[in-house]
Every structure is written in structure tokens, then in C-alpha cells.
Design a protein around this ligand. Structure first.
Ligand SMILES: [Zn+2]
Ligand SMILES: [Zn+2]
Length: 251
């Protein structure tokens, strides 16, 4: 018994205490970000565009893009612009195997759409007057590229969607799949991205008007989300709400 206790004590000494992803401060919880670094992430401030959720000037309901162009979803919300710490976290989650980052990011996404009563002061309602989670039937994610999943062993958007679903007490369903591989989207002109993705996604099973909360890591041109919405609508799913960690510029 004594011997075992000694071994256990030795192991405790060997395991490094968890440290903040950004500043290396020792952490007291499982959250890989310390409260200060989490607070420092770039975030949209109110007011936000009612449709796509990015920050807009006071007195304006819609951003420039949403004012001139219809969106394929009912509403989207993102934490902030794709820059600084948010960009760093998303890249680490997507490309560097830092799966643990899905948890804090997923929790922040849930806060974004939860009624204010559960999170103290502040008005972060998804879309007034209804708190969104009560409208949603299932949580889904943009479908992964099978080749990339084989290489990395996971799909960042799915990790996020599962965290969101669990936190909201809603089912996660992998309703979409990719029909054919598509070239990497980064650095390609918008028109090219739109054409490359056309018809690339398909629903695994028909829907019956379910309201879907579609989760992605970052919205760049919106081409991926648009294609996912098209596939869901075609299969008979109902309203689609989009939730992503960050929103890049339109171009
Ligand atoms: Zn920190
Ligand atoms: Zn907008």
C-alpha cells in the first residue's frame, strides 16, 4: 500500500500542471485557456447584423452584404472576426491536433445563443424574441473531407458541434456527407470556391422539416455553409441556423 502511494505521488510530480494555451499560466480547470486570455479573444460587440451576426454600426440592422444579398440560412452567429487569438485557436484546433480547444470554443458558442438569464447581464440573444436552442431539433456540422479526416483523425467542426449539442442537450446528427473531394478553399477567389463546391454535399437521410443548428469552425466566403444549406433544404430539412467560431472578411 505504502509502495503504491509512493508511485502515485511520483506520478503526480511527473505530470506537468495544465497551462494556458496562450500565456502558459497554470490552470485550475480543464479549460485550456486562462480567464484573461479567453476575455482577450476578438469578439463582435453589439449591435450585430441581425442575419449574419457580425458587428455593425449603431443604428444599423444589417451589414452591407446582408443588405444586398440573401443568405441561405435564417441567421448565423460567430464569436468574432477571424483574426488574432481566435484565428490562432481555430488553426490549432483544425491543423495542429489541439482537439481540447473544441471544448472552450464550443462553450463560448453556446453562450452566444443562450438566453441572457443563464449568463448574467448583457444582451446576447441569438435572434429576438426566441432563445434559439428551444427552436432547434438537431445539431449538425459541415461535412468533412474523408481524405483529410483520415490524415488528421478528426474533423474540427464535428468536435465543436458535439460540444454544442451536449451542452444544449440536443442530438448531434452527421446528416451531411461530402460526395466528392474538393480542392482546399484557402486562397482561392470567391467565384472559384462557389463553383468548386456546387453539388459537393448531400444529406444522408431525408429530413421532415427539422430546424437545424449547423456548426462550422470558420466562415470564410460562406461558400461551404451555402452548399451545406442547399443540401439540407433539398433533403427536406427546415430552418437552418449557423454557428461558427469566426467570420472572415467577404473576400
Ligand atoms: Zn492565458
Ligand atoms: Zn450581415
Amino acid at each position: 500500500m505504502l509502495k503504491l502511494e509512493g508511485v502515485a505521488a511520483g506520478l503526480v510530480g511527473l505530470v506537468a500542471p495544465p497551462r494556458c494555451f496562450f500565456c502558459s499560466a497554470p490552470l485550475r480547470s480543464l479549460n485550456p485557456l486562462c480567464p484573461d486570455c479567453e476575455e482577450d479573444l476578438p469578439r463582435w460587440q453589439d449591435p450585430r447584423c441581425l442575419v449574419c451576426g457580425r458587428g455593425v454600426e449603431e443604428g444599423i440592422d444589417l451589414c452591407r452584404e446582408c443588405a444586398v444579398e440573401g443568405r441561405p440560412y435564417a441567421a448565423a452567429r460567430t464569436l468574432g472576426p477571424y483574426e488574432g487569438g481566435l484565428r490562432r485557436l481555430i488553426q490549432a484546433l483544425k491543423y495542429e491536433g489541439e482537439r481540447a480547444l473544441a471544448r472552450p470554443l464550443g462553450h463560448l458558442l453556446v453562450e452566444l445563443i443562450s438566453p441572457p438569464s443563464t449568463q448574467g447581464p448583457g444582451n446576447r440573444k441569438f435572434i429576438p424574441p426566441d432563445p434559439l436552442p428551444s427552436l432547434v431539433d438537431l445539431v449538425a456540422c459541415v461535412p468533412p473531407d474523408p481524405v483529410r479526416v483520415r490524415e488528421r483523425g478528426y474533423h474540427a467542426a464535428e468536435l465543436l458541434a458535439r460540444v454544442v449539442a451536449r451542452r444544449l442537450g440536443l442530438p448531434f446528427r452527421a446528416v451531411l456527407r461530402k460526395r466528392r473531394p474538393t480542392p482546399p478553399q484557402v486562397g482561392r477567389p470567391r467565384e472559384e470556391r462557389l463553383t468548386a463546391l456546387q453539388g459537393a454535399f448531400v444529406a444522408r437521410r431525408p429530413g421532415q422539416g427539422e430546424t437545424v443548428l449547423l456548426v462550422d469552425d470558420v466562415i470564410t466566403t460562406g461558400a461551404t455553409v451555402a452548399e451545406a444549406c442547399r443540401a439540407l433544404a433539398e433533403a427536406g430539412y427546415g430552418d437552418i441556423y449557423v454557428l461558427a467560431c469566426a467570420q472572415a472578411g467577404e473576400d
